[in-house]
Design a protein around this ligand. Structure first.
Ligand code: ZN
Length: 160
C-alpha cells in the first residue's frame, strides 16, 4: 500500500480556509486557493494535480472536477474527519506539525545552537529539537505540541 502522504495532495478553496490549516497540521500537502471562483479553483487543482476540498457545490459539480471532496460540514474538525475517512488517509504521528501552517512547506531540522537568541531563553533551555520553515524562516519546536494535537485528534475520533 502506498503512503497517502506521498500520493495525495490537496487544494482548499476559500470556503474551507480553516480546514486548510488543519490539513497542514496533520502533515498533508495542502495548498490554499485565495478564491472560491469555481473555474479558478479547478484550473489550479488540475495544474498541480491536487484533490479539491470545497463547500461549493458548483465547483464540485464542474465536469472537469473529477477529483474533489464536497464538504457539507460546518465545523472544520468535522470536515477534516470527512476528508480523512473518504480518502482512506492514515494520520502518522511523526507527520503531525511537520509543515509550516502558513506556507505548506515541509519543516527542516535546525541545530539547537543555530536558534540561540532567536527563540525565548526559556524555550531554548527546555527544548532540544527545533525545525524551521525554508520559506518564511519561522522557528518551531514541535515536540511539546504534537502530543496535544494527537490527543485532540483522538478525542475527536479522527485518530484511533
Ligand atoms: Zn513558513
Amino acid at each position: 500500500m502506498s503512503n497517502s502522504y506521498d500520493t495525495q495532495k490537496f487544494l482548499c478553496d476559500s470556503t474551507v480556509g480553516r480546514l486548510c490549516s488543519y490539513m497542514r497540521m496533520t502533515g498533508f500537502d495542502t495548498a490554499m486557493h485565495p478564491s472560491h471562483v469555481p473555474s479558478d479553483v479547478l484550473k489550479s487543482a488540475l495544474d498541480e494535480e491536487r484533490t479539491i476540498l470545497t463547500r461549493n457545490s458548483i465547483t464540485a459539480g464542474m465536469k472537469l472536477a473529477r477529483d474533489v471532496v464536497l464538504l457539507t460540514e460546518d465545523d472544520p474538525w468535522d470536515q477534516l474527519r470527512r476528508v480523512i475517512s473518504s480518502r482512506h488517509l492514515t494520520i502518522e504521528t511523526e507527520r503531525i506539525l511537520s509543515r509550516c501552517l502558513e506556507d505548506n512547506e515541509v519543516l527542516q531540522p535546525v541545530p539547537k545552537d543555530d536558534v540561540k537568541g532567536k527563540v525565548w531563553p526559556f524555550v531554548w533551555a527546555t527544548q532540544n529539537d527545533f525545525t524551521t520553515c525554508p520559506k518564511c524562516g519561522r522557528i518551531f519546536w514541535p515536540a511539546t505540541h504534537v502530543e496535544a494535537m494527537l490527543s485532540k485528534l483522538k478525542s475527536l475520533g479522527i485518530v484511533v
